[in-house]
Each structure stands twice: as structure tokens, then as C-alpha cells.
Design a protein around this ligand. Structure first.
Ligand code: DQA
Length: 142
């Protein structure tokens, strides 16, 4: 079965209570359940993770690169400035889909820049948690 990592960066473990007007009321546990359910339906081995530590995300990306796995990545704030996360993404040999829950283009100018989009197969923004489901369905269909 094809493995797909769903990797989440800082503060995403606070979904549900974190700025619900922007990120909605779905919790991180809801996100994990949605991704695992989608994996079961689509025939993907989905591994969902979240970290507040940049080096940990870099190491997970290295593992995904070594396995040739697909990745759905919401790097949170690191999206906008982390060269280390981008460089780790560049090591991936499987497809990468960048996801943002909010429509970053309707928000502050510093959120309009992504260091990741340029090397992603595709980007989904502003569709809430559904963006993760759509990203996984895309990866399953590739
Ligand atoms: C986010 C958007 C980022 O700008 C922000 O720092 C996040 C979440 C999103 O999913 O909309 O942490 O990636």
C-alpha cells in the first residue's frame, strides 16, 4: 500500500480552540480522523503527525524522502520563512501537496509568500480541513 505522510507544523495541534474564526472549530483529533478515514477509503497508508519543533519536521521529511512516500504538508508559519523545511522538501522523491486551512492570500502580506509552493506538485488553500481530504484523494489517484 502506498504510504502518504500528513505532516503538520507549529500550533496546528491547537486546532479547534486556535482562532476558530480563521481555522474553524474542527480539532486536531478531527483532522487526524478525517485523514485516516480518507486513507482507508482511498487505499493509502496514511500517517498523520504534528510537531512544534522544526528539526523534527525536517527529520520526518527525510524519512519520507528515503521511503519515496507522498507528503501532504501544512508547515504552518514555517511555510513563510523556513529555508530548512524547504530544503528538506526538495529531497522528496514522491509528490508533495502543500495545504493551508485558511486562505493565506486573503490574510496578512507575510502569509502570501511560501517557500514551499515552488517545489510542490500542487497547493490547496482556504478549504478548511477538507483541503487535506482533497490532497489525499489526489495522491491516491496519481
Ligand atoms: C496555516 C497558515 C499559516 O500562515 C499559519 O502560520 C498557520 C496555519 C493554515 O493552515 O492556514 O499556522 O498554514
Amino acid at each position: 500500500m502506498t504510504r502518504a505522510y500528513v505532516l503538520n507544523g507549529p500550533n496546528l495541534n491547537r486546532l479547534g480552540s486556535r482562532e476558530p474564526g480563521i481555522y474553524g472549530t474542527g480539532s486536531y483529533a478531527d483532522l487526524v480522523a478525517l485523514c485516516e478515514r480518507t486513507g482507508t477509503e482511498a487505499g493509502l497508508d496514511v500517517q498523520v503527525r504534528q510537531t512544534n519543533h522544526e528539526g523534527e519536521l525536517v527529520e520526518w521529511l527525510h524519512t519520507a524522502a528515503d521511503e519515496g512516500a507522498s507528503v501532504v504538508l501544512n508547515a504552518g508559519a514555517w511555510t513563510h520563512y523556513s529555508v530548512a523545511v524547504r530544503d528538506a522538501c526538495a529531497l522528496l522523491t514522491g509528490p508533495l501537496v502543500e495545504v493551508h486551512i485558511s486562505n493565506v492570500h486573503r490574510r496578512e502580506p507575510f502569509r502570501h509568500t511560501s517557500l514551499i509552493s515552488e517545489i510542490a506538485a500542487g497547493v490547496i488553500v482556504g478549504l478548511g480541513l477538507d483541503g487535506y481530504r482533497l490532497a489525499l484523494l489526489h495522491l491516491a489517484a496519481r
